[in-house]
Design a protein around this ligand. Structure first.
Ligand SMILES: Nc1nc2c(ncn2[C@@H]2O[C@H](COP(=O)(O)OP(=O)(O)OP(=O)(O)O)[C@@H](O)[C@H]2O)c(=O)[nH]1
Ligand SMILES: [Mg+2]
Length: 343
């Protein structure tokens, strides 16, 4: 039996020949609607869509397939991506500055490695829109040769576009109160800081205006070296001056992040000299020693100080302006009230 004929074995739809050698248009076995004649080239086949009626003309022929959401690229976020993320939730933008080789990328890689191994004290992983980018900067630290750590855990940062920063996004959840914090962390080359200090080039660092905190990353080895120390301290002062000018006198919150804590502990004298240099420029900063990686893991574990850095970053200092100054009355203050009392 074929589609348009009830007679068993009739192949009229395929061959155009009636099995009973009748006229197909009058054969009583033909099913209504299909009995109008021989199948032609235009005749509808079962697998073809139904022909359109007058009302359907002009409408789309096929239904639009339901669009499955594609996986996000997870590359570093550009400024536009960051803007749209900031439109949906509160994002803590961190400014990160520092000379080449000071340890900026190492610090970010270490943060990612700690949080991905659930070893960031007090915090756990919430989400990230730039996992691939984090993986890329942390990859160097994973390539060990026969159990030996690589010489360089991270490589010099080079951006695809040397005019626009790329941001790493990380959402962290604080254990103490389940607070979620979204951090946007730029990984920019040290040359940007050098150009900012030396020639005041600030167009690429415009995003700093939206930063709540600025980390100035300093190489602990340079601060420990008596010959290079003063040069770096002076440059930190110049950098603070440039920031003040760029931010129109609004003093940003600064954290001086001193790397290589595994090899060198920052002495009080050097810390005081850094503070004095900043005060001279009308700025002040908190100072913290970290070791994103460690050459002395028995005494200073890799990732030392990173959780404290995050704590400092998301907590606003408790310092508040004094609303009402207390003045202790002295005896003489009442002299005016006592005037003439003795007369
Ligand atoms: N042992 C030890 N090595 C560190 C520490 N911080 C950074 N390093 C190493 O120092 C080297 C340079 O660090 P990076 O983080 O790449 O420097 P950077 O500031 O990003 O440099 P640019 O991208 O050139 O601006 C890397 O090989 C790191 O592994 C630290 O605290 N201890
Ligand atoms: Mg780098």
């Amino acid at each position: 039996m074929s589609g348009s004929c009830k007679f068993d074995g009739c192949t009229i739809d395929e061959t155009g020949i009636c099995a009973l050698a009748r006229d197909p248009s009058t054969c009583s076995n033909r099913i209504a609607g299909g009995a109008d004649g021989l199948p032609s080239m235009d005749a509808q086949r079962d697998d073809e869509p139904p022909s359109q009626t007058g009302e359907q003309l002009g409408e789309p022929v096929l239904d639009q397939p339901a669009s499955a959401s594609a996986f996000p690229a997870s590359r570093p976020l550009g400024l536009e991506d960051l803007n749209s993320l900031m439109g949906t939730r509160y994002v803590n933008v961190v400014g990160i500055l520092g000379d080449p080789e000071s340890g900026k990328t190492a610090m970010l890689a270490s943060l990612y490695l700690l949080v991905s191994h659930a070893m960031l004290e007090g915090w756990s992983f919430g989400d990230s829109r730039s996992l691939t980018a984090f993986e890329e900067i942390a990859r160097g630290a994973r390539d060990w040769n026969d159990g030996k750590a690589p010489e360089q855990m991270t490589v010099h940062t080079e951006l695809a576009d040397d005019h626009r920063p790329g941001f790493l996004h990380l959402r962290l959840v604080r254990h103490s109160d389940n607070r979620r914090v979204d951090l946007a962390l730029p990984d920019v080359p040290g040359e940007w800081t050098q150009a900012f200090v030396n020639t005041a080039r600030s167009d690429r660092l415009d995003f700093m205006k939206a930063a709540e905190v600025i980390w100035i990353v300093l190489d602990g080895r340079t601060l420990a070296d008596i010959e290079k120390r003063q040069g770096l301290i002076a440059r930190v002062g110049q950098l603070a001056g440039r920031l003040n000018a760029m931010l129109d006198g609004v003093s940003p919150r600064l954290i001086l992040v001193v790397t290589h804590r595994d090899m060198h502990v920052l002495g009080d004298t050097v810390a005081d000299r850094l503070q004095a240099e900043l005060v001279r420029r009308g700025a002040k900063a908190e100072i913290l020693g970290i070791a994103p990686f460690s050459d002395d893991p028995d005494n200073v574990p890799p990732g030392y100080g990173i959780s404290e850095l995050i704590n400092l970053t998301v907590t606003t200092p408790a310092e508040r302006p004094i609303l009402w100054h207390l003045t202790e009355p002295t005896e003489d203050d009442r002299a005016y009230l006592s005037y003439r009392r003795d007369r």
